[in-house]
Design a protein around this ligand. Structure first.
Ligand SMILES: Nc1ncnc2c1ncn2[C@@H]1O[C@H](COP(=O)(O)OP(=O)(O)O)[C@@H](O)[C@H]1O
Ligand SMILES: [Mg+2]
Length: 223
């Protein structure tokens, strides 16, 4: 099954100097449970595409289907509810609450979603698989950049969203931590059957993924 299907997506930004056609015709699909790299030079439109997929931006033309739903037809509130249930985002800067521990940060979205019970066995399993068990009572300020990003991955796994969209999640990490984080994302697809799209300009990291899509001149080239 396809988790994501994008057809003939177009997005331009008004100038000055002139209108910039960032995405001219973008089409691709992502299989459920696959780990795909989105590569391309700086300014090629990776972040724009990720923001369109997340429903933060509206396209000028074309269609986006996420898990069979049309994200562009949703209003801001519907898109935000859809994201909370189905799509996790990972950015360059890990968005953790500084006053909560690792464990509390991981369970936060579930605690906020009333009526859902905490499955502590699953929490233990997820922390284990992302090597966070020993750090569970630490605060974000006491973690390395890589540990913070693994905490975001753990949160995504625990909140059970089928899709993970990551925009240069390793860009601020050193080589070893960047490789560890990419390995953790791969684990998310293998063990937990998530679909992951990771924008990166680092070709060594892209090679770890199952597949690479390159954004070039406003279109996708399949590598
Ligand atoms: N909100 C915006 N308004 C105008 N131009 C934008 C906006 N967002 C992105 N752009 C332009 O779109 C192009 C692609 O940017 P971006 O998607 O951030 O690329 P990448 O993530 O691959 O570096 C850039 O030239 C950038 O200046
Ligand atoms: Mg970017």
């Amino acid at each position: 099954m396809e988790a994501v299907k994008v057809a003939d997506l177009q997005k331009a930004f008004p100038g000055p100097p002139g209108t910039e056609e960032v995405l001219k015709s973008v089409s691709f699909s992502l299989e459920e449970g696959s780990f795909t790299a989105l590569t391309g030079i700086s300014g090629s439109g990776k972040t724009t595409l990720i923001h369109l997929l997340a429903g933060f931006l509206k396209a000028d033309a074309g269609s986006i289907s996420l898990l069979g739903r049309d994200i562009q037809a949703m209003n801001a509130k519907e898109a935000s509810i859809f994201r909370r249930r189905h799509v996790s985002m990972i950015f360059q800067e890990p968005a953790l609450l500084p006053s909560l521990t690792v464990e509390e940060n991981i369970v936060l979205p579930i605690v906020m979603d009333t009526g859902r019970l905490l499955d502590t066995d699953r929490l233990e399993q997820i922390m284990d698989s992302l090597l966070l068990t020993e750090k569970r009572r630490r605060y974000p300020a006491e973690l390395s950049g890589g540990e913070k990003q693994r905490c975001i991955c753990a949160r995504a796994l625990f909140s059970d969203t089928e899709l993970i969209l990551a925009d240069e999640p390793a860009a601020r990490l050193d080589t070893r931590q960047a490789l560890e984080l990419t390995g953790a994302l791969k684990e998310c697809t293998r063990t937990w059957h998530r679909t992951v799209l990771m924008a990166t300009h680092n070709l060594d990291l892209a090679q770890i993924c199952d597949r690479q899509l390159e954004l070039k001149d406003g279109s996708i080239c399949f590598l």
